[in-house]
Ligand binder design. Structure first.
Ligand code: SAM
Ligand code: SF4
Ligand code: SF4
Length: 370
């Protein structure tokens, strides 16, 4: 298969031999007065912040974590709730961040999650606050999260069959996840988004079942193409399930047509879906995040903060700018903001997965914050 780069508009001429993804020498960054937001050298501005609250997880999804887990970050190296709120407030107040998504690892593993959400919801201007979770333990905390100001939730669910779920996650917890989804709906965290990654020969035959299940409950399903971000390095260019494969699977039971609303920088391409025959009562939308086969790097608006306080400008760039140590050493908000701006200025043009010299990042999805 071929994959395309989805390059952003490049506001300067690249020197001969210089590749956009590699970047080459950085052009000078504008001063913070003239470019207050998180601008990069290709003209994109990041307004969507993903905050990894922990690198730990209670599942071991095969496309993300190894069976034995990873060496977890010692507690004193992870950001405290106060440090997270301080950095998010710098992002929101000084750097134009408008959406904050808490992720991980598994964010529900943090005992102080509700407190963090409440404090971020009190920031001015108030950001849109969402959570990506595997939903284990959500049944007990959905109401408190909604009351604290959580606006939206994405639950990862790759299979509706207990055995397949266990094969994929290496844990027998499908019931807990389903209970978490129901509790989130009861708490009004709607519409719930369901994230599903399909693996060839494991759960790709469940694509239409997952859509029928989601539409029946009023949830919005989004398929995410598997990316080379797993610890076991099992991703293969020739065999991952592509957006095309997914559309083909869905077309067996649904009519899909492009959704009218503009994409507006969202990673998912949305389709209106209507069930065929006896399933014609199933109506709604479905999204496909084709990060590999139909990349959208040209319109990327994301900036990431790892659990130990590193700014990561791109999922696929190994470069990180640590904010934790300067923060602990007494840096001012203005100094932290400037470090963050510098990190984003160096953001690569694209992930470059289709290049022959592509090298998988050292960190896995769970350690970066998906
Ligand atoms: N533990 C939470 C969860 O699973 O929802 C949050 C963190 S997880 C890293 C965030 C998202 O990344 C999940 O929807 C998961 O399916 C996705 N993900 C993890 N590894 C991936 C990979 N190699 N390719 C594509 N998506 C991946
Ligand atoms: Fe944990 Fe989420 Fe990774 Fe699965 S995808 S192992 S739930 S961090
Ligand atoms: Fe592309 Fe990196 Fe943005 Fe992902 S984070 S869309 S790989 S630029």
């Amino acid at each position: 298969m071929t994959v395309s780069l989805g390059l952003p508009t490049i506001p300067r001429r690249l020197a001969e031999g210089e590749t956009a993804a590699a970047g080459g020498a950085l052009p000078p960054r504008p001063g913070s007065d003239s470019a207050p937001g998180l601008l990069d050298r290709f003209g994109r501005t990041a307004t969507d912040l993903r905050v990894s609250l922990t690198d730990r997880c209670n599942l071991r999804c095969t496309y993300c974590m190894p069976a034995d887990g990873l060496p977890w970050l010692p507690k004193d190296q992870a950001l405290s709730a106060d440090e997270i709120v301080r950095l998010v407030s710098v992002g929101v107040r000084d750097l134009g961040v408008r959406q904050v998504r808490f992720t991980g690892g598994e964010p529900l593993l943090r005992a102080d999650l509700v407190d963090i959400v409440r404090r971020v919801a009190a920031l001015e201007p108030r950001p849109d606050i969402s959570l990506t979770t595997n939903a284990i333990g959500l049944a007990q905390r959905a109401r408190a999260l909604a009351d604290a100001g959580l606006d939206r939730i994405n639950v990862s669910l790759d299979s509706l069959h207990a055995e397949t779920f266990e094969t994929l996650t290496r844990r027998p917890f499908l019931d807990k996840v389903l209970a978490g989804v129901d509790a989130a709906a009861a708490a009004g965290l709607t519409p719930i988004k369901i994230n599903a990654v399909l693996l060839p020969g494991v759960n790709d035959h469940e694509a239409a079942d997952l859509l029928a299940w989601s539409l029946d409950r009023g949830h919005e399903l989004r398929f995410i193409e598997q990316m080379p971000l797993d610890a076991d390095r099992t991703w293969h260019r020739a065999s991952f399930v592509t957006a095309d494969d997914i559309r083909g699977r869905l077309a067996e039971r649904f009519v899909l047509s492009p959704h009218a609303a503009p994409r507006d920088g969202a990673p998912a391409e949305r389709f209106d879906a209507v069930g065929l025959g006896a399933e014609s009562h199933l109506v709604g939308t479905v999204g496909i995040i084709a990060s590999v086969s139909e990349p959208f790097c040209g319109d990327c608006r994301r900036t990431r903060l790892t659990a130990e306080g590193g700014v990561r400008s791109c999922l696929f760039g190994d470069a990180e700018t640590g904010l934790r140590d300067p923060l602990r050493a007494g840096a001012s908000d203005a100094e932290l903001a400037d470090l963050w701006r510098g990190a984003m200025w160096a953001k690569p043009a694209s992930h470059g997965i289709d290049r022959d010299d592509f090298v998988q990042p050292v960190r896995t999805m769970s350690a970066i914050g998906g």
